[in-house]
Ligand binder design. Sequence first.
Ligand code: SAM
Length: 272
Amino acid sequence: MISLYLVPTPIGNIDDMTFRSVKVLNEVDIIFCEDTRNTKVLLAHYNITTPLKSYHIFNEDKRVDEIIDLLKEGKVIALVSDAGYPGISDPGYLVCKKAIENGFDVTTLPGATASLTALVTSGLPCDKFYFHGFLSHTKSQKIKELEELIDYDKTMIFYESPHRIKETIYTMKEVFKNRNVCIARELTKKYEEYLRFNLEDCDNYDLDLKGEMVIICEGAKSKSIALELNNLSVEEHYEYYLQQNIASMDAMKKVAKDRKISKSVIYKQLQK
Ligand code: SAM
């Protein structure tokens, strides 16, 4: 029998609750939630009258012990966050871990999360990916985190706030150069929007954005692509980079770097 349910909640559109999530929230003994004011609105919408208690990062340790005691008494508990999945850039991991350690059955209901909603619509490969959540706020630390990902060749998911989006995109450009990105904004809401562009072109976009947003970023060109490029003629190789909106001088440098030969040789070859 399930003792602890981790229940996702809508990320903007209140209709994005599943029938099962509503049923479970109705049936459990207590719902622990990040902010009781937000969850009360959701529960009122679905006529759910289950008692509510707060569970957030500032009282997490205390609440985990309390939840484990309640589970030992035979109570069935649900945990929700303000939006999306508990545990995904939100509290939840600790209680899940402790409940499992204490031998209780835990389950998570399927539902909304900003990460996967953005990934699937980004138009970037979504078969393999990496979720990072929020980057550090300090620029030097942010650069360090991005540099650690520089050779990672799968799509990456980042959460970001409207106050930092512009600075983060410019920092990504500094580190990742010419990658394609998608900013998925206000998902499931009235002004849902996807901005798809190459980091090299970010000057052409108004990045003073409002609302909630996810950045989906293309991974590094895989080694196999690099090898394939080296099998092309120098002209085709150069053309490939021009197609990626890379300026001609930079494209030449990249061809030279991939082929491990000097820029002047590439330049001469392209002048023929
Ligand atoms: N637990 C949530 C989930 O599963 O997606 C994430 C919570 S985290 C505290 C909040 C961040 O998620 C926001 O800053 C934003 O990056 C992203 N987010 C949440 N709702 C969103 C939405 N409707 N559209 C775009 N991004 C959203």
